[in-house]
Design a protein around this ligand. Structure first.
Ligand code: MCN
Ligand code: SMO
Length: 771
């Protein structure tokens, strides 16, 4: 069959079809959902890190005018608990005790949010505070106490070592030690979380509007937890204004809102405010790593030992703890793009009286990169070698692919060294040392930091916590216009554009003839949703497979109707024609009309209509993207303020569907990476109070904190459908390490290294006054 595909949309810089509505304020988010008679919910949340609840009195709240219901755990006795994996679960409303500040205790449903909040203030809760568990290292030693009396504080422990590790480590001529600390951060989506639920009086079906990345999993969770048959639940995901991993969970509020709507038989909505977000959205990256490295005089790294610790918070987030995700996957990519033969890891994830830990863009990646790139930087300085040269000496080379790393992960082909060399050119690494020396002579501290990264994408194994495959249902209407539904849950990644690009090529129709649907479990085929940088490679793969099957059907029609051989048919520009004879053509519209309305003419063996569903499960359990980020910074040693002045990225995510979208993803990730490196931290005081409860305390990067970012692409295709690899997390995986290394480089005259993220002005003043 001829493969002409004109115009070629895959790889084209198509403007996002989502943007007009998003930029003009026309998009409908969860809080825009309005239904007559809709009630709103507010929560009474714990003001204590740890306390017994002696008594709850909701009578005054119940009496308050405009209040429809006040719910406690007795009204909604549901436990968010993955029983096969964890010893404890979280009651959706506190049951006799509170375990973290912000934990929901009572839900008030009222005419509107104002009334609900006023009534919530009338709820009386008598607490008996207990000593909170706040320090990760102490918690591992069961000090000052157990968080949950029936479960050890360490809820996940794992040990791994390559054979012969100890001997190789001991024999190495040189060693260094470092402790790396990443502080708690969270996604801070512009649109906060929210849920709205309603019951159809006639059918009894429950419709839940949810701001989630995973429509089908949300339906499953609601169905299982509230014991509603799955076909009686419909989840609809409106526009999602950012998820970043944080909207991958099912939260207590999702269940309580749905339970209230079922109980009251009225629509109920809850939307988080910023304070609630900061204390009740999953947190991430609360990790400590005690690292030891063995290397030789040439800078070849021989072995890394890491004790990985993560503070998982009071309960495992549902259905999966981010602490386990962060550590177990970090431990498997800790050697990054380097050929390091020996690795020994010990993992301890512990409970504390803090908000549960979940996912935030990159999950394990930013931590693994911070460590692996920090190690390279330290080896270089110990040997007085150029950090780029140490990377060259350790880098996995093209001829080693497929490469099995020390943790037995298989890396498919990538452009590790090429990406670094190209990025060094892009930033002008050659001249930097001269510029740095001149600046130093004037008392200015410039630094440059390299971060070469690997990004595991498109996880298709059961370990990824997702179904692995994705589905695509194509419907070509009698007019030849196309809708295609996927199980994805985009929150700004531009899937309506990229999936349409793939299908337009396959079906030979203009891009505007393809509309992508998602986020309604009644119409979208079952799928894993969006996360783990899977939608491009796996969702796009499903679109490719479905598109190809539909294309084959269209070709059969054209061949029959044009009385030509299938192998001679070409598709494009909304028509099919016989190769070399452009006049012997038939429009896609005529084919589609035939398929639905002139059905006696349907070629033998083809079904009526043009509708099909295809699924795609990649053969590889994971495909690795890669790239290099280089940051230049200026550190003001008097104030401790860091300015990122220049930035270059070379990214390789296999075949590009849309370079503009990929670059947008990179820009956003670099901005978040700068936040992760120098600004963002959730801080608790010694009583376990969250003290960063507004965006005045939790500092986000602003446009003035982000320099122009130069981006170039390399394309090492995967061996999966379309050669597409994922990329949605790579920029936040690489950026914090690049900025941290740049700061370390700037502060080299003080003998300092960044070992904590974020590194604050105060930290920098300490680092520069040590000597
Ligand atoms: N793409 C492409 N060519 C490729 C690979 C990807 O054109 N070779 C396109 C894809 O079609 C998609 C985008 O780039 O439009 C990102 O693709 P992918 O890497 O597959 O990631 P996902 O679409 O699955 O998005 C998830 C990823 C994750 S895991 C987080 S967390 C994150 C991120 O995306 N959350 C985001 N980027 C985000 N961007 C926005 N605006 N909002 C979020 O919540
Ligand atoms: S943290 Mo992204 O949703 O895998």
């Amino acid at each position: 069959m001829a493969q002409a595909m004109r115009p070629q949309m895959m790889g084209a810089r198509v403007s996002r079809v989502e943007d007009p509505r998003l930029l003009a304020g026309q998009a409908r988010y969860l809080d825009d959902i309005q239904v007559p008679g809709m009630l709103e919910m507010a929560f009474v949340r714990s003001p204590h890190a740890a306390a017994k609840i002696r008594r709850i009195n909701v009578e005054r709240a119940r009496q308050h005018p405009g209040v429809h219901a006040v719910l406690t755990v007795q009204d909604c006795p549901v436990l968010l608990w993955e029983r096969d994996t964890y010893k404890v679960g979280q009651p959706v409303l506190a049951d006799g005790e509170v375990m973290y500040v912000g934990q929901p205790i009572v839900a008030v449903v009222a005419d509107n949010r104002y009334v609900a909040e006023d009534a919530a203030e009338l709820v009386e809760v008598e607490y008996q505070p207990i000593e909170p568990v706040l320090d990760m290292r102490q918690a591992i030693d069961e000090k000052p106490r157990r968080v949950h009396p029936d479960a050890e504080n360490v809820f996940f422990h794992n040990e791994y070592s390559t054979p012969g590790f100890e001997e190789a480590f001991e024999k190495a001529p040189r060693h260094l030690k470092a402790t790396f600390r990443t502080n708690r951060q969270t996604a801070v989506s512009i649109e906060p979380r929210g849920t709205a639920a309603m019951v159809d009086a006639a059918s009894g079906r429950v419709t839940v509007y949810a701001s989630t990345q995973s429509p089908h999993r949300m339906r499953e969770d609601i169905s299982n937890l509230l014991e509603i048959p799955e076909h009686q639940v419909r989840v609809i995901v409106p526009e999602v204004g950012g998820g970043f991993g944080m909207k991958a969970n099912c939260y207590p509020e999702d269940i309580v809102v749905t339970a209230a709507a079922m109980k009251l038989r009225k629509p109920v909505k809850w939307v988080s405010d910023r304070l609630e977000s900061l204390e009740s959205d999953v947190h991430a990256r609360d990790d400590i790593h005690d690292v030891e490295v063995a290397f030789d005089d040439q800078g070849k790294i021989i072995a890394i030992r890491d004790h990985l610790m993560a503070d998982g918070g009071a309960y495992p987030a549902y259905p999966f703890s981010g602490a386990v995700g962060e550590t177990s996957l970090a431990s498997r990519v800790l050697t990054g793009p380097y050929d390091i033969p020996h690795l020994a890891t010990t993992i301890d994830c512990t409970y504390s009286n803090k908000t549960p830990l979940g996912a935030y863009r990159g999950v394990w990646g930013p931590i693994a990169s911070f460590i692996q790139e920090g190690v390279v930087e330290r080896v270089a300085r110990a040997l007085n070698l150029d950090p780029a040269e140490v990377r060259r000496r350790n880098m996995i080379r093209r001829e080693q692919f497929p490469y099995r790393n020390a943790a037995r992960m298989i890396y498919d082909a990538g452009s590790y060294l090429e990406s670094m060399e190209k990025a060094l050119d892009l930033i002008g690494y050659e001249d930097f040392r001269e510029r740095q020396a001149k600046a130093r002579a004037q008392g200015k501290h410039l630094g440059i930091g390299i971060s070469v990264f690997v990004e595991p994408t498109a996880m298709a194994s059961s370990e990824a916590g997702s179904v692995g495959y994705e589905s695509c249902t194509i419907k070509m209407e009698p007019s030849g216009k196309v809708t295609a539904a996927l199980g994805l849950g985009p929150s700004g990644q531009g899937h309506e554009t990229t999936m349409a690009q793939i299908l337009a090529d396959q079906l030979g129709v203009p891009l505007e003839d393809v509309v992508i649907l998602h986020g309604d479990t009644d119409s979208a085929p079952y799928g894993g949703g969006t996360g783990g940088s899977r939608s491009g490679p796996i969702g796009g793969g499903a679109a490719l497979v479905a598109g190809r099957q539909m294309r084959e059907r269209l070709v059969k029609y054209a061949a029959a109707l044009l009385e030509a051989g299938e192998e001679d048919i070409e598709l494009g520009d909304g028509k099919a024609w016989v190769a070399g004879v452009p006049d012997r053509a038939i429009s896609i519209r005529t084919i589609a009309e035939t398929a639905y309305t002139n059905v006696r003419k349907i070629p033998e063996g083809l079904p009526i209509g043009l509708e099909l569903t295809a699924r795609y499960l990649p053969k590889r359990p994971v495909t690795f993207s890669n790239g290099t980020h280089i940051a230049e910074v200026e550190v003001d040693v008097a104030t401790g303020i860091v300015k990122v002045t220049r930035y270059a990225v070379v990214n390789d995510c296999g075949r590009l569907i849309n370079p503009t979208i990929v670059e947008g993803q990179i820009h956003g990730g670099v901005a978040q990476g700068i936040g992760a490196a120098v600004l963002e931290a959730l801080r608790y005081n010694e009583d376990g109070q969250l003290v960063t409860t507004s965006l005045l305390d939790y500092l986000l990067p602003e446009s003035t904190d982000v320099p122009r970012i130069a981006v170039e692409h390399l394309e090492t295709p995967s061996d999966g459908e379309g050669g597409i690899k994922g990329m949605g997390e790579g920029s936040l995986i690489a950026a914090p390490a690049a900025v941290a290394n740049a700061i370390s480089d700037a502060l080299a005259p003080f003998g300092s290294f960044v070992d904590t993220l974020p590194v604050t002005p105060k930290d920098i003043r300490v680092m520069t006054q040590q000597k």
